[in-house]
Design a protein around this ligand. Structure first.
Ligand SMILES: [Zn+2]
Length: 117
């Protein structure tokens, strides 16, 4: 339990805040109604610390997400690259085969077809 003091608005002396909602000044008798005292921050450093903690955890989460994203992007790039290379090799081979076939067997086939039909 923390002891809090409030300065009397009338005479300015420090008054100890008790559990009751109404505080009466010991010197001048000025009465104050204490409302929402827990809403007021006791320490600005606590709030700053809380904000900093939240910000840092957010930054860490973002960093984690970003590194995961980077790894996924690299894996995807490698997969696409390998698939492209394989596809290119295959299409090159089939094109090469087709060209070779055309060069070496087309005249024969054409002549056979010609004589047949
Ligand atoms: Zn007073």
């Amino acid at each position: 339990m923390s002891i809090r003091t409030v300065a009397c608005p009338a005479c300015g002396i420090d008054l100890e805040v008790k559990d009751s909602k109404v505080l009466t000044c010991e010197l001048c008798g000025h009465q104050m109604i204490l409302e929402d005292e827990k809403k007021m921050p006791d320490n600005i450093d606590e709030i700053f610390e809380e904000v900093k903690k939240r910000y840092v955890s957010d930054a860490k989460e973002l960093k984690k997400t970003m590194s995961g994203f980077t790894i996924a992007a690299i894996v995807l790039f490698v997969v696409v690259f390998v698939v492209t290379i394989v596809f290119m090799m295959k299409s090159f081979n089939s094109a090469n085969d087709a060209m070779m076939k055309k060069v070496f067997s087309d005249p024969l086939e054409t002549s056979v077809q010609d004589s047949n039909g």
